[in-house]
Design a binder for this molecule. Structure first.
Ligand code: SAH
Ligand code: SF4
Length: 356
């Protein structure tokens, strides 16, 4: 009998891979189709749920394959807007977070791509704890299938903006995207998916060659190296100029609009001068600026900008031809921004209980 670790990660397999793997075990193709449907479309969490598969065959499956699932450790529902936040437990005891938001066009899920993150952005709760490990494609899929089942809903949009840096887990994220967009599986098309990166330029260049159909969001947060370098260590590897030139190329080649995320921090990156500098650097690019009032995180002193300054910032950008919107704050009462629940859980299990 194989140990769990030696068994194949069945929910991360494409239909073709599953069919091949089944053939090697002497199982027919139609069985692969059935099991793929259970795992990907129905989101089955165990072989026992697969009622059209005989008990004998389920035993064979159990001996050869493992289904990586996330399990609900905690669920918080916002009394304001119905936003649901999950703290999920992984099979090895790690924790990650996902958030389900309700918009007029349907449900959007924000999923994690790593347990933790090694990018160390100063304003980010996830970054403060470092990276535990990459998530498998199955663990990314399971966040969606578990949330759909738990709420009895169908999710129509995905944002890769939870914990972790998706491009730092490149191959697993690309495999996840292929699986989740398969019409025989979860079936969420690439045009309904956004991937957010802090700016790994080598990986953005790799993406350009792939001409993806998803939306690329880039966490810019500052218009120059002095400010950005202070907030985001990645800027010391790839500075604003190199990042923006990769973004320009991306927009030109893919003809898809880049979304720049910009978290507004009082008296730091929210000045009129920053807005003018930002507009100057984005001029002529197919892009949009998404302004996010910064979420205050324990461990830094960043504060939100005033409403008046947020409006002024937008007005400066728009007067220079750059479209900008302020992200609606959802789930304000449940700490919906990622990284905070996991951090609390970690502190508890470290015996380091702290008050918020
Ligand atoms: N690692 C990726 C995706 C996950 S972070 C990235 O950095 O883009 C998702 C978004 O939340 C990023 O734009 C990130 O900069 C932003 N973010 C992180 N902490 C935040 C905070 N405290 N307040 C506001 N936005 C924050
Ligand atoms: Fe990582 Fe993104 Fe947080 Fe930066 S903002 S530490 S890249 S999760």
């Amino acid at each position: 009998m194989q140990t769990e670790q030696e068994k194949a990660d069945i929910k991360s397999m494409t239909k073709a891979e599953l069919t091949d793997s089944f053939a090697r075990l002497g199982l027919p193709k139609f069985r692969a189709n059935q099991v793929y449907d259970w795992l990907q479309a129905k989101g089955a969490a165990s072989f026992d749920e697969m009622t059209n598969i005989s008990k004998e065959m389920r035993t064979v499956l159990l001996q050869n394959y493992y289904i990586y699932n996330v399990t609900i450790e905690k669920k918080l529902v916002s009394a304001y807007d119905g936003t649901v936040k999950y703290l999920f437990r992984l099979d090895d005891g790690e924790y990650i977070e996902s958030v389900v938001m309700s918009y007029h066009h349907g449900y959007t899920i924000c999923i994690s791509t790593q347990a933790g993150c090694r990018m160390g952005c100063r304003f980010c709760a996830t970054g403060m704890g470092g990276l535990a490990r990459n998530l498998r494609p199955s663990e990314m899929l399971s966040q969606i299938t578990t949330a759909q089942r738990n709420n009895g809903i169908r999710i129509s949009n995905i944002v890769l903006m939870g914990m972790g840096e998706p491009l730092d887990n490149f191959d697993n994220v690309m495999r996840f995207l292929a699986l989740v967009s398969d019409t025989e599986g979860v079936g969420i098309g690439m045009r309904h998916i956004s991937l957010s990166t802090c700016g790994l330029v080598d990986k953005i260049e790799k993406l350009i060659e792939m001409k993806p159909q998803f939306t690329l969001s880039v966490s810019l947060h500052a218009p120059n190296d002095a400010l950005r370098g202070e907030m985001m260590p990645i800027n010391n590897k790839w500075n604003v100029e190199r990042l923006l030139s990769a973004c320009r190329k991306y927009a030109e080649v893919t003809r898809r609009r880049i979304s720049f995320e910009y978290s507004l921090i009082r008296d730091k990156n929210d000045t009129d001068e920053c807005a003018r500098e930002l507009a100057g650097k984005l001029k002529g690019m197919l892009c949009h600026v998404n302004l996010i009032p910064v979420n205050t995180v324990k461990g830094n002193s960043y504060e939100r900008s005033s409403q008046a300054q947020i409006q002024k910032f937008i007005q400066i950008l728009e007067s220079r031809g750059i479209t900008a919107t302020v992200r609606r704050t959802l789930g304000a009462d449940i700490n919906a921004s990622c990284g905070q629940l996991r951090r609390k859980k970690k502190e508890e299990s470290d015996g380091n209980l702290q008050q918020d």
